[in-house]
Design a protein around this ligand. Structure first.
Ligand SMILES: O=C(O)CCC(=O)C(=O)O
Ligand SMILES: [Fe+2]
Length: 203
């Protein structure tokens, strides 16, 4: 940790070039993280995700939900969803991520992985309606899982373990040059919830 981090509490950049990823570790107490995990599990409108891959409709085991300032339509993997209105707990978490990161967000994509066999394949979050080079604030709750980045050209890879109640920020050119994924694992048997706060630009 350098002097700047000790004073400002800003984590260093995990990426060696072409983007910025900062891991803040836990940004709340264990009891707050436990509380948010339980509330999110029971109050979010979780739905199995549908995707169209090579023209075939598939339904994922992972569950998702999409919330925002207005009913934004959000298109990815050839499916479109409409954002639900913020809940009280999501607004509290958005305020926390905005304070820690010094950025603002207008929407949130949530993922529920029931156990280690569920993950997310290599991708970048660069959909047309996402603000280009905008910050993405990622909160994790529940099972501790590894998260990985791979550079699109050099193939260099970087991993970070994401703790219960932790925050990770991806910004600058990260989505242009790096892929990320949540690898499946045989070592985890409990659920993990992830929230990615994002900025949608109305078209
Ligand atoms: O579950 C995670 O930590 C990441 C999810 C993700 O990459 C996404 O929703 O785009
Ligand atoms: Fe992503």
């Amino acid at each position: 940790m350098d002097l700047f981090e000790q004073i400002e509490g800003t984590p260093h950049n995990l990426l060696p070039y072409d983007g910025t990823v900062q891991y803040y570790g836990a940004v709340m107490s264990l009891s707050e993280a436990d509380h948010y995990y339980e509330v999110l599990l029971s109050t979010i409108e979780w739905k199995n995700d549908e995707a169209v891959i090579f023209g075939k409709k598939i339904i994922t085991k992972r569950k998702v939900a999409w919330y925002g300032d207005i009913p934004f339509p959000y298109t990815y993997s050839n499916t479109t969803k409409t954002a639900l209105p913020w809940t009280k707990v999501l607004l509290a978490l958005k305020a926390l991520v905005e304070k820690e990161s010094g950025e603002t967000y207008n929407s949130c994509l949530l993922n529920l992985y029931h156990e280690g066999s569920e993950g997310m394949a290599w991708h970048s979050d660069a959909e047309l309606d996402l603000k280009k080079n905008g910050a993405i604030g990622s909160l994790s709750f529940g099972a501790v899982r590894k998260f990985s980045f791979k550079h699109k050209k050099s193939k260099e890879s970087i991993s970070q373990v994401l703790q219960h109640g932790s925050l990770l920020i991806m910004k600058d050119e990260t989505q242009t040059h790096w892929l990320h994924r949540l690898p499946p694992t045989t070592l985890v048997f409990t659920p993990r919830i992830n929230l990615t706060f994002r900025t949608i630009e109305a078209s």
